[in-house]
Write a protein that binds this ligand. Structure first.
Ligand SMILES: NC(=O)C1=CN([C@@H]2O[C@H](COP(=O)(O)OP(=O)(O)OC[C@H]3O[C@@H](n4cnc5c(N)ncnc54)[C@H](O)[C@@H]3O)[C@@H](O)[C@H]2O)C=CC1
Ligand SMILES: O=C(O)[C@@H]1CCC=N1
Length: 267
């Protein structure tokens, strides 16, 4: 018997399993992925052998993590529904709401809907979570919080905000990586060696984020401290605003949110 079972060991399933190993140990994790390649990768990286199928995962765990793409979720739920009993089902599937999972697994199934992000792999992630209205025992909630704590910070939300959480938690690391690439490329074009460019940019983002999280100061104030009058930074900010930097980010959130809503409607 393991505590946690994972269905799907792709990018996010693997990231969560890796962090879980550190907090709970290999023997508390069972998983299955349709791709033998993914199973071999997990075995090689985490030294955990895959189960033979999804039903074996369900039978081996109490907390069942659903980590397949939204379009594959209905077939997975149909496959496992008879095996699910007093499990707590944790779904990280973007856009899919608790109601639609319950429509297949049954209305009594207790569900935690969560939206983590890939930095969970190194316990530096952020997860938004919400619970189905059903009763969870205190000890179960404690375990669930310990589970999410393994991935970094987490907050609890009303389910109607979960698609919005996706825009700044699940999806946004990709925007940050795009920003890292762009800024690194631009200083490489000025002669900075590429390896140093990635370190320079990433460490700067880490430091700037820590100033907000740990210093408790408003981002606008921190920005103003960097912008010397007639200096280099304000010249850069002006160029960013000419190209609609803030608006681009807001438009990205609109697009991300719309797509999440589409997934909710389809599933
Ligand atoms: N990638 C990310 O940064 C994040 C992803 N998510 C959510 O996590 C879920 C998984 O996303 P990724 O890991 O990126 O996708 P992925 O495609 O990397 O992994 C999904 C895995 O599910 C496996 N799979 C498909 N059908 C299966 C079945 N019937 N039984 C067992 N395994 C099956 C696939 O072989 C694949 O390895 C998605 O629903 C996504 O919305 C949530 C937060 C962040
Ligand atoms: O792009 C996606 O749909 C998934 C959900 C959040 C991050 N990746």
């Amino acid at each position: 018997m393991s505590l946690f079972g994972f269905i799907g060991a792709g990018n996010m399933g693997f990231a969560l399993m890796k962090a879980c190993v550190k907090s709970f140990g290999q023997n508390q994790i069972a998983y299955y992925d349709l791709s033998m390649e993914k199973c071999s990768f997990v075995k090689e990286q985490l030294n955990i052998s895959a189960e033979n199928d999804n039903i074996s995962v369900v039978n081996k765990c109490k907390y069942l993590v659903l980590a397949v793409k939204p379009q594959f979720l209905p077939e997975v739920l149909e496959e496992i529904k008879e095996a699910v009993s007093d499990h707590i089902v944790i779904s990280i599937v973007a856009g899919v709401n608790i109601k639609s999972i319950k429509s297949i697994l049954g209305s009594a199934t207790r569900i935690v809907r969560a939206m983590p992000n890939t930095p969970a792999m190194i316990s530096k992630g952020y997860t938004g979570i919400c619970f189905s209205e059903d009763n969870f025992h205190d000890s179960e909630k404690e375990l669930i919080y310990k589970f999410f704590n393994a991935f970094g910070k987490y907050d609890i939300f009303n389910e109607k905000l979960m698609n919005a959480v996706t825009c700044a938690s699940g999806s946004s690391p990709a925007y940050v990586y795009t920003f890292i690439e762009a800024l690194a490329d631009s200083v490489v074009s000025l002669g900075i060696p590429r390896d140093k460019a990635y370190t320079m940019v990433s460490q700067t983002i880490l430091g700037a984020a820590a100033m907000v999280l740990e210093g408790g100061q408003h981002p606008a104030h921190l920005k103003d401290q960097v912008c010397s009058p007639a200096g280099t930074t304000i010249a850069g900010i002006k160029a960013l605003e000419e190209f609609g930097f803030r608006n681009a980010i807001m438009k990205a959130t609109d697009a991300c949110y719309e797509r999440a809503v589409e997934l909710t409607e389809k599933n």
